[in-house]
Design a binder for this molecule. Structure first.
Ligand SMILES: [Zn+2]
Length: 146
């Protein structure tokens, strides 16, 4: 069996927006930075590339955020540690209880965390000026294994 890889999407939300993800109640999300933590056992690149596409059927909670024009994946980080550990290490605030946490057994509360309005240190400043920065970040992460 392939090793599970944890991925973290650093998402910038340019404007506040209200989202209702799947069967979760609607929530208003403030503008700023979010981190979404997930994992894949196989087809990691395809999974993350799907997250980076705006045009897609909405299936997972995160799809309701990432299909919004206001939201953009600016950075991608990969890790060999379990997703719930990485999610906890992010800190931040839970704004939508249960978001992305249907399979979570670690009581994370949410696999989407709000970090506030300052650019997180994990996100390179130059990526803010790039087109498709998330795609570039994914390829960099896959190449370096970090
Ligand atoms: Zn978890």
């Amino acid at each position: 069996m392939a090793n599970e890889v944890t991925y973290q999407l650093y998402i910038r939300l340019r404007r506040p927006c209200r989202i209702r993800a799947g069967r979760l109640p609607g929530h208003r999300l403030p503008a700023g930075w979010y981190v979404y933590t997930g994992s894949a056992r196989r087809n990691l690149a395809a999974r993350v590339e799907r997250h980076l596409r705006r045009d897609k059927p909405r299936r997972w909670h995160i799809d309701w955020l990432l299909t919004r024009r206001e939201a953009r994946v600016v950075h991608v980080r990969l890790s060999a540690r379990p997703e719930c550990l990485e999610n906890a290490a992010v800190g931040g605030r839970v704004l939508i209880p249960g978001f992305g946490a249907s399979d979570c057994r670690a009581a994370c509360g949410s696999h989407l965390r709000y970090l506030g309005t300052d650019r997180p240190t994990a996100v390179p400043e130059e990526s803010l000026r790039r087109r498709h920065p998330g795609l570039r970040a994914l390829h960099t992460a896959l190449a370096t294994g970090d």
